[in-house]
Design a protein around this ligand. Sequence first.
Ligand code: SAH
Ligand code: MG
Length: 214
Amino acid sequence: MVSNEVNQYIENLIPARSEHVDRMEQFAKQHDIPIMELSGIETLLTYVRLKKPNTILEVGTAIGYSATRMALACETAKIISIEKDEERYNIAKENIKALHLDDRITLLLGDANELQSQVAHYAPYDFIFIDAAKGQYQNFFEHYSSMLSQEGMIITDNVLFRGYVVDGSGIESRRRRALVRKINTFNQYIMQHPDYHSIILPVGDGMMVSIRKT
Ligand code: SAH
Ligand code: MG
């Protein structure tokens, strides 16, 4: 990943956001909600603008920050977003309503491991964004990549996990070491996947971009 100084430099150049977006960013900071980092969200939005998806599936809504920003970045996109935490789901609902995006963003409350049939209802998806429990990325990928449209793109966040995937020797907690192992397995699995071309961008917390081989 890039140094803090370089990241700071990049983030300082990013234009100010609207008042409501700014409020969501402040709220997330105050309540320790892991919304995308600035350089990460801007990268995601660039791909959304390029791709102009009609349908987006998001795994991990939190308070609706990335969902609303994707909706605002692409006026034609309809978004299905999954969140298992009821409190966050409710806050996301309010944010979506305040931005008048309720007709384009549908929230599903529940565990993304159990919602395949509901999610399939709105398939295929032109764009899938995975940003939930890191230990389960492989499951999410397997559940939902079959719902990707032929020209679709999948972006997976946090694949470099603060750099721990490179050097996990300093990690005290066993749970975290296991998590790092899982992310490493996922990264190897996707990078070698016969059906996808993938890259890992050292942006934000590490973003994997995958497109189907044609
Ligand atoms: N994409 C959001 C941030 C998501 S944070 C943004 O950038 O604005 C990750 C979210 O995933 C958390 O709110 C967490 O509750 C949720 N999550 C974790 N595991 C999940 C699962 N199995 N199913 C659904 N949501 C999950
Ligand atoms: Mg993330």
